[in-house]
Design a protein around this ligand. Structure first.
Ligand SMILES: [Zn+2]
Ligand SMILES: [Zn+2]
Ligand SMILES: [Zn+2]
Length: 330
């Protein structure tokens, strides 16, 4: 390799890294960042909105992935939330994604803690299930990286069992980098005096663990978070009723419609299409009391085209796409 080429690569890697580690990851849709809210001491910050594979996806040159590579504002990190107690300066991460290095930085800069010469690990991690986009970020708390001590990790009993019995996760448990706690479906967990979280089972491909959805509550508002679910009909609760109980709902929007998956048997897709959700929740959206956002967007999702019909349909029907960096005061 010529030295000049090598230097070019170095410069570009550096630029790439800078973009990647910028905590204020600019959204392509700044008008959607849910500004003008009443500020409280509890903040949910959206750290990522892509399906487990991220956007762009490895080796993919579809239109959405090309756009995301050409303009990083269209790239999306993997679905995750930070729950912040602004008074106590504590942060909790809901789902440890492979993008967690960047995502914890987003949370830390929001709290203004990034200047301190400390490790600044999250105060706890909460996990929804054992698919790669939702728990493998735990690896960064191990011996090779942050090497935390007894970082609390909350999950379902089945996921706890999976992490305890299977390497490399079992090493995190054995070396006490993490301490596992079981979430009770009956009791609400208080992360701090002003943040509570309750969890419930949702149907999904449950190879290694079952799958949870969550309601996060502050003193004033509530947010429902279901990044992965097989379908609304397969759930033993009514999504319409559940969304009515909260101020915000951030829901599985993996695929817009069957059109983006030619040749696939879409009864076996395992996610509700956004088009189905628009229909199921149309009355809730029309009332306007609950704001509904879609997350966990697959790289093929038609709604990722900023000029496309799909995004227009979502907005005209009173729904929204979640964006990386979006904030909700609770
Ligand atoms: Zn997922
Ligand atoms: Zn793609
Ligand atoms: Zn999943």
């Amino acid at each position: 390799m010529e030295r000049r080429d090598f230097l070019n690569i170095c410069v570009w890697s550096f630029v790439g890294l800078n973009i990647h580690f910028s905590s204020n990851k600019l959204s392509a849709f700044p008008e959607d960042l849910n500004k003008d809210q009443e500020e409280t001491e509890v903040l949910v910050k959206v750290l990522g909105t892509a399906q487990d594979g991220g956007l762009p996806q490895i080796g993919c040159y579809c239109r959405n992935c090309i756009r995301a590579r050409e303009d990083h504002r269209f790239s999306r990190l993997i679905s995750s939330l930070a729950i912040l107690d602004l008074k106590e300066k504590k942060y909790f991460i809901l789902d440890a994604t492979p993008d967690i290095r960047v995502q914890s930085h987003m949370a830390l800069t929001r709290l203004g803690l990034e200047q301190q010469k400390r490790k600044n690990s999250p105060h706890a991690i909460i996990l929804s299930h054992a698919h790669i986009g939702h728990y493998t970020g735990l690896m960064f708390f191990g011996y090779e990286a942050m090497s935390t001590h007894k970082l609390p990790v909350y999950c379902s009993p089945r996921l706890r069992d999976f992490l305890t019995k299977n390497g490399p996760w079992s090493q995190l448990v054995r070396l006490e980098n993490i301490s596992l706690f079981t979430l009770s479906f009956k009791k609400t967990l208080f992360l701090t005096p002003r943040i509570s979280i309750s969890s419930f089972l949702v149907p999904h491909r449950d190879e290694y663990s079952d799958t949870l959805g969550f309601i996060i509550a502050g003193k004033k508002k509530k947010l429902l978070y279901i990044p992965d679910i097989q379908s609304w009909e397969a759930w033993n609760r009514s999504i319409e009723e559940e969304t009515k109980k909260v101020n915000y709902a951030i829901l599985d929007g993996t695929f817009f419609c069957s059109e983006e998956l030619p040749g696939r048997n879409f009864t076996k897709i395992g996610h509700p299409f956004i088009t189905t959700s628009l229909e199921t929740l149309k009355d809730v959206a029309k009332k306007g009391k609950t704001k509904i956002y879609f997350t966990h967007l697959n790289h093929t999702n038609l709604a990722l085209d900023p000029e496309g019909k799909a995004l227009k349909e979502i907005k005209t029907k009173g729904f929204n796409l979640a964006s990386d960096g979006m904030e909700f005061f609770l």
